[in-house]
Design a protein around this ligand. Structure first.
Ligand code: ARG
Ligand code: ASP
Length: 722
């Protein structure tokens, strides 16, 4: 057992001595010294791997936190100020917003600590340490085991290892697979629970360019928001309390006033969520030529409806702001991703590589390796139709808000029918649902949902064969004669899931037989029919095919490492802390065109258009521009830099990540990628893949000069080499 992980480390160390491609790779902090330090220093880094990640002294990692469940944030002051993106804080900013106090539109600035706003449910998670536990997790795992047995042994081993750790510790532990399950690392973390909103720019700064500019460079978005971590008097994480005090971190980032220049070394330290860089061509084809186009069409339909109603009514716009941003974001990403793979001839490139692999495998004498590609082909052939049907269920059926909402009542029905459950358990569930109802109706607008339902049901019905469609389509065909609108009207007339009063009275007066009312509800019935179909037709098949694929992927990656011992392999992103590094760089998106590596306030004024929501510029910002009142935040060239592009390999989850210079000082906050490089989750192209960051001086300028919240700078450390 010992040998296995030692061999892996040796393989990695050997790789690290060899050539590197562009900025590709998301590296493991604890292996940085062995694998990347030398190269990072050759590229210009002046600090050491130990400065970045150490378990013996304070290091950069002590100032990086997973923000909520999907973004990264960094500590930038001695009193626990936490910097992340505007789009990461968006949901919380929206929760505090009303038509009277529209912090989304107007921005929000606490002018003292008393004005900072608590955000129940929001957490920030700090990594204390990571450990290689491969040997313990693979104990009693035999290469010839079935996938199912393998998984259950691994699961039990993970539980044993994390339980063991947590028993003697105030921290939490979790274990994740790396290198497609060839290695396992344990993450030891501390979770902060009192995170308060300190500041957010108005949307026409924080979301400048909106979804029009999203996933694109050149970019001029001031995509940041500021929070603060609070802890109890003992300095430990605690739920919100007035008595809590600002967190005193072991480390916080110094902020550089020097800016960046083309070619400068930078690195990004954060929480990339998911990449799939080692998929075979069959998978790439399924994703980019089948899955993405279907989902794009369904999302476009919803977005058009959101837009129609939001343009008419500012209250609806606020209600749907978060939903719209969420749907629009990956809608656009999928378009870019499919386009990018096509531009790279990605499928052909993978096929060519696979031919080479198969040739090598046949010579290797290893039958398992030689059989990989035909096996992949067979499995993806089986998976594709199931995936398509599942997409429609998620992106059409479950995109009807009342249907998805109704599905959350299934647990209450189940508890009510189960004679062994106590009244207490049922009441607890009722209380949970009551809270959820408030949140649901706060952001619900029935006319949108009705129109979404009619439109999506039509597409759903026309896109699949009968066996993959839920039963309610029979009703639509037979009773409503394919009249989707009439069926929608019937559901809305009869359902209680769009009627706040009826739903509250059901919960307030809940009796042992009340569940029958839920079971008779047409929105609930739709949800249950989909659930049934999923269980009967998809779930089993999907799980077993996916398990087989996972197992092949593990072997495939191991085989590739043997085939290409000089190649640089890194584990796919899995929502663990990673380092990625590259250079500040422009790029050429197409023939004869070159994009520079930075944007300025001048560009904001060029884009300004008072008639287009995404390009409105406030008088205050225009005034600062006209008087050129940039203070110490101006670049050497006299202009105010807003954003920059670099070749760091980032993905979703990296939003809000600190972008650091050769000294480990903060020069930017990552928030996006460029359009031509959006396929980097599947295939990275060093010529066009760029991450997009807000220039940290623009952040300081907005806080200080624009918002007049310069008092916040007193707790930060601003540095300049000049
Ligand atoms: N594209 C960036 C990222 O994936 C920014 C998203 C902000 N949301 C939006 N809909 N504009 O998250
Ligand atoms: N905008 C993304 C995020 O929210 C980052 C990316 O996908 O590049 O994490």
């Amino acid at each position: 057992m010992k040998i296995r992980s030692t061999i892996l480390v040796i393989i990695f160390v050997i790789f690290s001595r060899l050539t590197i491609i562009g900025g590709e790779g998301m590296w493991i902090p604890m292996l940085l010294q062995q694998m990347n330090e030398k190269e990072m220093q050759e590229m210009g880094m002046k600090i050491t791997a130990e400065d970045i990640y150490s378990i013996n002294k304070s290091s950069l990692k002590d100032a990086i936190l997973l923000f909520g469940r999907g973004c990264t944030s960094e500590i930038i002051s001695k009193d626990g100020l936490l910097l992340t993106n505007h789009h990461c804080g968006f949901g919380n900013i929206q929760k505090h917003s009303t038509v009277e106090h529209d912090y989304l539109t107007d921005g929000f600035w606490a002018m003292n600590r008393g004005e900072e706003l608590p955000n129940p449910g929001l957490t920030a998670t700090l990594l204390i340490e990571m450990r290689d536990v491969t040997d313990s997790i693979l104990t009693a795992v035999d290469e010839n085991m079935s996938m199912k047995d393998r998984q259950s042994v691994i699961k039990a081993n993970i539980k044993r290892v994390t339980d063991n750790f947590e028993k003697g510790s105030k921290y939490k532990a979790s274990v994740k697979p790396f290198f497609q399950g060839n290695a396992y690392y344990m993450m030891i973390t501390e979770v902060f629970k009192d995170i308060r909103l300190v500041g957010a720019p108005p949307s026409n700064i924080g979301k400048f360019g909106g979804d029009t500019d999203n996933w694109m460079w050149p970019r001029h978005t001031g995509d940041f928001s500021l929070f603060r971590i609070y802890v109890n008097k003992e300095g430990n994480p605690a739920e919100y309390s007035e008595d809590n005090v600002p967190y005193q971190p072991k480390f916080y980032f110094p902020i550089s006033l020097d800016g960046v220049e083309e070619g400068d070394f930078t690195f990004v330290f954060g929480y990339p969520a998911r990449t799939n860089e080692y998929l075979p061509s069959y998978a790439i084809e399924m994703i980019t030529e089948v899955g993405n186009p279907d989902k794009i069409e369904l999302r476009e339909t919803r977005l058009d409806i959101f837009k129609k109603y939001s343009n008419k009514d500012p209250e609806v716009r606020i209600k749907y702001a978060t939903k719209d941003a969420r749907v629009a974001n990956y809608w656009k990403k999928m378009i870019g991703e499919s386009g990018g793979v096509k531009r790279m001839n990605g499928i052909e490139a993978k096929q060519k590589y696979e031919d080479e692999f198969t040739h090598w495998a046949s010579l290797s004498g290893n039958d398992q390796y030689a059989g990989l590609m035909p096996e992949f082909k067979k499995l993806y052939g089986e998976l594709t139709p199931i995936k398509v049907a599942a997409h429609y269920m998620m992106e059409a059926g479950m995109a009807i808000e009342i249907v998805k909402f109704a599905s959350t009542y299934a647990k209450l029905v189940e508890l009510s029918k189960d004679k062994t459950k106590s009244v207490d358990e049922i009441n607890k569930e009722i209380e949970k649902l009551k809270k959820q109802n408030i949140a649901f109706f706060k952001d619900y607008y029935k006319p949108i949902d009705e129109e979404v339902m009619t439109s999506l049901l039509r597409i759903y019905d026309n896109s699949l064969t009968t066996e993959f469609k839920p039963d309610f389509f029979n009703t639509i065909h037979n009773k409503y004669n394919y009249d989707y609108k009439a069926y929608t009207q019937y559901v809305f007339a009869k359902s209680m899931f769009d009627k706040e009063g009826r739903l509250s009275s059901l919960l307030d007066n809940y009796k042992s037989k009340s569940y029958k009312k839920i079971e008779r509800d047409p929105a609930y019935i739709m949800a249950m029919e989909m659930g049934k179909l999923f269980k009967e037709k998809f779930r089993g098949n999907m799980t077993s095919i996916n398990n087989s694929i996972d197992s092949l992927q593990r072997i495939y990656l191991k085989a590739q490492m043997e085939m290409k011992p000089d190649n640089h392999f890194y584990p796919d992103a899995n929502f663990t802390l990673r380092v990625t590094y590259g250079n500040v760089n422009g790029y050429s998106p197409k023939d004869a065109v070159y994009y520079k590596h930075f944007t300025t306030l001048d560009g904001i004024m060029e884009k300004e258009d008072p008639d287009i929501y995404d390009y409105v510029v406030t008088d205050r910002l225009r005034e600062l521009y006209e008087t050129k009142d940039y203070g110490q935040y101006a670049d050497k060239d006299g202009s105010l830099h807003v954003g920059f592009a670099a070749s760091n390999h980032t993905t979703g989850g990296n939003s809000g990540s600190p972008v650091l210079n050769a000294n480990g000082e903060l020069v930017g906050v990552n928030f996006d990628r460029c359009w031509e490089g959006t396929m980097s989750d599947l295939m990275y192209d060093p010529n066009v893949c760029r991450n997009i960051s807000i220039d940290i001086r623009y952040f300081l300028f907005i806080v200080d000069k624009y918002a007049g919240a310069g008092y916040l700078l007193d707790e930060m450390k601003l540095v300049s080499g000049e």
